[in-house]
Design a protein around this ligand. Structure first.
Ligand SMILES: Cc1cc2nc3c(=O)[nH]c(=O)nc-3n(C[C@H](O)[C@H](O)[C@H](O)COP(=O)(O)O)c2cc1C
Length: 194
């Protein structure tokens, strides 16, 4: 029997000081290690700080990347407890694809970061998922489906707290939660498309 086609994953994010960028790259590496075809895509590259040089920065996403994907993972820092405007501008550019039903029936999940412990992570992810419901997307949040979720404590997606100096590195707890979320998204997508 021929091998099943690789699951196509678009990781689309906004990051200024590098936290979401680091999380996105972890998701990409884990997905690729599981045989997925990954597009790592960053909006708003021009104001990135402390991140790889322009040659190493991911491409900007296009609507075609979302249409192409089986799994879409959106990443955004908390901006006053909401999705960052730069990512939202990209999402809001997808009206034509939405109208044609091209955003439906895919697996979606989100990841975020905030400076403070209660800096809006759950609100950010729920706000993001409101849009996914309008797409007719399939939100595959991690829930408490793995022991690791009782450690990082976020059933809505993955969130990292960057701390007062905005400098707490992405650690084993966050990486474990990212690995679990992307593995679950791939598993559900393969069941849907299998
Ligand atoms: C305009 C603005 C609003 C922010 N709002 C919040 C907030 O409400 N709560 C919070 O904890 N952090 C807030 N932050 C901090 C960022 O969410 C935090 O630095 C994030 O982890 C950075 O992600 P990045 O390193 O990928 O850019 C805000 C930052 C900016 C610039």
């Amino acid at each position: 029997m021929a091998d099943a086609p690789a699951t196509k994953v678009a990781i689309i994010y906004y990051s200024v000081t590098g936290t979401i960028d680091t999380m996105a790259r972890r998701l990409a590496a884990t997905a690729e290690a599981q045989g997925a075809e990954v597009r790592l895509l960053a909006v708003g590259r021009e104001d990135a700080q402390g991140q790889p040089g322009s040659d190493e920065r991911p491409q900007q996403p296009t609507a075609d990347d979302v249409v192409w994907a089986d799994v879409v993972l959106f990443g955004t820092p908390s901006r006053y407890g909401n999705v960052a405007g730069r990512l939202k501008v990209f999402i809001d550019s997808l009206g034509a694809q939405w109208a044609q039903g091209q955003l439906a029936d895919k697996v979606y999940a989100g990841f975020t970061a905030s400076q403070t412990l209660h800096g809006g992570q759950e609100a950010v992810l729920l706000s993001l998922y409101t849009t996914i419901h309008h797409f007719g997307g399939i939100v595959v949040s991690p829930g408490y489906t793995d022991g690791s979720k009782f450690v990082d404590g976020n059933p809505y997606g993955v969130g990292h707290v960057t701390g007062g100096g905005n400098d707490q590195p992405v650690d084993d707890v966050t990486n474990g939660a990212l690995d679990h979320m992307v593995t679950r998204a791939l598993t559900v997508s393969r069941r849907l498309n299998g």
